[in-house]
Structures are given as structure tokens and as C-alpha cells.
Design a protein around this ligand. Structure first.
Ligand SMILES: NC(=O)c1ccc[n+]([C@@H]2O[C@H](COP(=O)([O-])OP(=O)(O)OC[C@H]3O[C@@H](n4cnc5c(N)ncnc54)[C@H](O)[C@@H]3O)[C@@H](O)[C@H]2O)c1
Length: 291
């Protein structure tokens, strides 16, 4: 894949919050101008002083992000890996140590969100394999390095689909599974100085989520406007909102926070749905219960 365009970046901080650390971000590839969360974290973490390993199964997408990191003066390398293959996960983590000297931060961001309106065992297995088992395999690859170094921080990019119904069944199961995995791993590795937290994005404007408006709406739906109105601020979130939350978990500022899940959703999952209806009404046609 060859992109002519490059990612559009907002004004970003450079406060050295990850100075001297090495961060692996899975699924950090990108395409076009709109950053996904993986690309946003790779760029922000690099600007904050980290050496970043961009892990992705797609070389074109990985190199697109690499160019963006280097364009802002950051340090990064690419590792092409399918996170469902244990050897590839190990090679990626080993490469980070070989190239940068450590693995201090691992972000499990790689995921797929296919249409699940027609389910099958194959689809279930693929979604759970990438979105849940892949995260486990990357943890298995990175944790020995973290233990040897005396600690580290793992950030799982979950989803509000792991907290509330409304998305695909396998996708939701995998994202909910990440939360259980994080809590259990936080216990298992806590005394080794390893913290594990979950960032659960809501309806943020990233390539993966654009267009999602839930099932059952008839007529004209302005999906982006509706998703903005579902939150308490009435504004759309971005990949950078997710990246700044992950930055806190990645950095030593959160040293006393582990096994936590934070939704980055402008309160969407904390409010009674019916009180939001007046806000949502302007962006949709009508709702069909047969939907
Ligand atoms: N609004 C939303 O879309 C929304 C909401 C909640 C949570 N999320 C979560 O946020 C994250 C979105 O990530 P993004 O914005 O970077 O998505 P993206 O689609 O831009 O990038 C995902 C990357 O993962 C890579 N990938 C897919 N399978 C892989 C594999 N087996 N091995 C290695 N890499 C693989 C892809 O090549 C791609 O570059 C995901 O974890 C998603 O589940 C999204």
C-alpha cells in the first residue's frame, strides 16, 4: 500500500513524560490523513520521548506511521508481525530490546471490527484470535523483558463495547475479555512491578469507527453527529483523546494505578440513555424496533 497523503496532526505536547522509555504499540499502522488510535499513540509517545516500535501486520500501513513519527523528530522502528503468531510476537519484543535496550511499555491496540450481522464460527474465532488472544501473546512476549528490567506498563485498548451491548457479539466478548485479562495479569505480575490498565474508547472519530450508528435506525442518520450527541459534552472524540489517556497509563505518573478501566467516551456509558434522547433526536430519522 502506498499513500501519497500523510497523517494530519493536531498541536501535540512534548513534555518528556516517556523520556528514555521504549514503547511497543501494536496495530499502529495507518493510512491517509486520519490517525487511528495506534498511530496517534505511536506519534504522541515518540514526541514525549519514547523510542517506539510500530507493530503491524501490514507493512504499508506501518511505514506510513513510521514516516509520521520521524517527520516530527521522533525515534521509531517497524516490526511486521501478525499478533496471532507467537513467534512473530516474540521476535517483535526481542527486536525492541535489541534495537532500543528494553520494553517498558506495551500497548495492545491491534484489533478488527468486522460486520457481525451474519455470524459464523470462523468469524468468532478470527475476532477473538486477533482482539483477545493476540493481546495475550504480545503480553507473553513482552512480560519476560519487563520482569527482567524490574517492571513495565501494559495498556489494553478495549472498547465501551466491552462494557455495554450494541456492538458485534465476538467483538464485545473479546473487549470484555481484555478487562478480565488485565485484572488477572495485574495481580499475577504486580509484585514484579508491572501495571496493566485498560483504556476503553467510545464513539471516537477514527477510521475503524466512522459510520457506526448502531442497528435499527430508519431514514437519514448523521452517524458522526449522533455519536457526538451520545456523550455528555456533545462533541466528537478523536484518536488523540485516547492517546493522551494511554500516555498517562504508560508513564510513571500512574505508578499507583493498575487493573483499572477508563472509558474515553465523554460519559456515554455513565448516563441514563433516555435523558440523551432530546440530544440524539436532531441527528436521526426514526427508530424501528424491528431493526
Ligand atoms: N470508535 C472506534 O472505532 C473504536 C471504539 C472503541 C474501541 N476501539 C478500539 O480502538 C482501537 C482502534 O485502533 P486503530 O484506530 O489503530 O485502528 P485501525 O483500524 O486504524 O488500525 C488497526 C491496525 O491493526 C492492524 N492489525 C489487524 N490485524 C492485525 C494482526 N493480526 N497483527 C498485527 N496487526 C494487525 C491493521 O493492519 C491496522 O493497521 C482498536 O483496538 C479498536 O477495537 C475503536
Amino acid at each position: 500500500m502506498q499513500d501519497a497523503s500523510e497523517l494530519i496532526l493536531p498541536e501535540l505536547s512534548r513534555n518528556g513524560r516517556l523520556q528514555g522509555r521504549t514503547a511497543i504499540v501494536t496495530g499502529a499502522g495507518s493510512h491517509g490523513e486520519l490517525a487511528g488510535t495506534g498511530a496517534a499513540m505511536a506519534i504522541l509517545f515518540a514526541l514525549e520521548g519514547a523510542q517506539v516500535l510500530v507493530v503491524d501486520v501490514d507493512r504499508g500501513r506501518a511505514e506510513h506511521t513510521l514516516r509520521a513519527v520521524r517527520a516530527v523528530g521522533g525515534t521509531a522502528e517497524v516490526a511486521i508481525a501478525d499478533i496471532t503468531v507467537p513467534d512473530m510476537c516474540r521476535s517483535a519484543a526481542d527486536f525492541a530490546v535489541e534495537r532500543f535496550g528494553s520494553v517498558d511499555v506495551l500497548v495492545n491496540n491491534a484489533a478488527i471490527a468486522p460486520d457481525e450481522s451474519t455470524t459464523s464460527d470462523e468469524l468468532w474465532q478470527r475476532v477473538v484470535d486477533i482482539n483477545l488472544r493476540g493481546a495475550q501473546l504480545m503480553c507473553d512476549a513482552a512480560i519476560p523483558h519487563m520482569r527482567q528490567a524490574g517492571g513495565g506498563s501494559i495498556v489494553m485498548i478495549g472498547s465501551i463495547a466491552g462494557l455495554r451491548g450494541g456492538a458485534g457479539v465476538a467483538y464485545s466478548a473479546a473487549k470484555a475479555g481484555m478487562i478480565g485479562m488485565a485484572k488477572s495479569m495485574a495481580f499475577t505480575h504486580g509484585r514484579a512491578g508491572i501495571r496493566i490498565n485498560v483504556v476503553a474508547p467510545g464513539h471516537v472519530a477514527i477510521p475503524m469507527g466512522l459510520g457506526y450508528s448502531g442497528a435499527g435506525w430508519d431514514g437519514e442518520v448523521n452517524a458522526r453527529e449522533m455519536r457526538a450527541q451520545a456523550g455528555l459534552s456533545g462533541t466528537e472524540g478523536t484518536a488523540w483523546d485516547v492517546a493522551y489517556t494511554a500516555l498517562f497509563f504508560a508513564s510513571p505518573e500512574s505508578r499507583y494505578v493498575t487493573a483499572a478501566t477508563v472509558a474515553v467516551d465523554a460519559g456515554t456509558t455513565e448516563v441514563m440513555p433516555i435523558v440523551m434522547l432530546p440530544y440524539l433526536a436532531g441527528s436521526v430519522g426514526s427508530y424501528s424496533t424491528s431493526g
